[in-house]
Design a protein around this ligand. Structure first.
Ligand SMILES: C[S@@+](CC[C@H](N)C(=O)[O-])C[C@H]1O[C@@H](n2cnc3c(N)ncnc32)[C@H](O)[C@@H]1O
Length: 217
């Protein structure tokens, strides 16, 4: 992933944002030591953004699509009340084994439920409503994840979608590959969707912040 912000600016932003917990730091460090694509972890700055968003909407129920080693799921769990729950979906038993090791250590880990199956199958079974939905998995299914998220999100909730700038590749026309094409299609669809108001934030690799529309605002 190509950084779109000067490293020193990123470090400054990180240093002035909600701090990463000690367990999240160790989980991130072990992910970087042991996993092939560790940069899939959202990291401290986006992690604090996710936490503050969950707090802002007073989230009690969070749905995450794309667990990997459990970093962002743990960020959410840390920001939920005792009775809160995070349902997180993945298909990879290896990376999620590392996730479970750190969740078991955390006093917040019991709020997290892993669904190990293709996310579209899990989404078809889930009942709403969720206060926050975070989409961060296979790009080919982004449009379908967004469409299902629209059914499951609470009117006061938010949908967040990661990697929507795809290292700047979304600027290219024609799209250089099928993943870029899928993200471009998603971005067009969100922009044209009359049921939501959205802003594409340039945090890290691009995060769509999407709010169901409850008035004509
Ligand atoms: C970018 S990583 C998630 C990172 C995580 N949100 C974090 O920040 O710690 C994407 C994950 O999506 C998972 N994934 C890919 N295709 C999937 C599918 N069809 N259903 C569920 N998960 C899938 C991958 O196994 C991978 O662990």
């Amino acid at each position: 992933m190509k950084s779109m912000v000067l490293p020193e600016v990123e470090a400054y932003a990180e240093a002035h944002s909600h701090s990463e917990s000690e367990i999240c730091r160790r989980l991130r460090e072990e992910t970087y030591r042991t996993m092939e694509l560790p940069q899939m972890v959202v990291g401290p700055l986006e992690g604090s953004f996710l936490k503050v968003m969950a707090m802002t909407v007073g989230a009690k129920r969070v749905l995450e699509i794309g667990t990997f080693t459990g970093y962002s799921a743990l960020c959410f769990a840390e920001s939920l009340p005792e009775s809160g729950e995070v349902i997180t979906c993945d298909i990879d038993p290896e990376s999620t084994t590392l996730a479970k090791k750190y969740w078991a250590e955390s006093p917040h880990g019991s709020k997290i439920q892993l669904r190990l199956a293709p996310a579209l199958e899990t989404l078809a079974e889930l009942k709403g409503q969720f206060d926050l939905i975070f989409i961060d998995a296979d790009k080919a299914n982004y449009v379908q994840y967004f469409q299902r998220a629209l059914d499951l999100i609470a009117p006061t909730g938010v949908i967040l979608i990661d990697n929507v700038l795809w290292s700047g590749e979304v600027l290219k026309s024609p799209a250089p590959d099928s993943q870029t094409e899928a993200i471009q299609e998603l971005n067009r669809l969100v922009h044209a969707e009359p049921r939501v108001s959205a802003v594409l934030l340039t945090i890290r690799d691009g995060v769509f912040l999407i709010k169901p529309r409850i008035s004509n605002a």
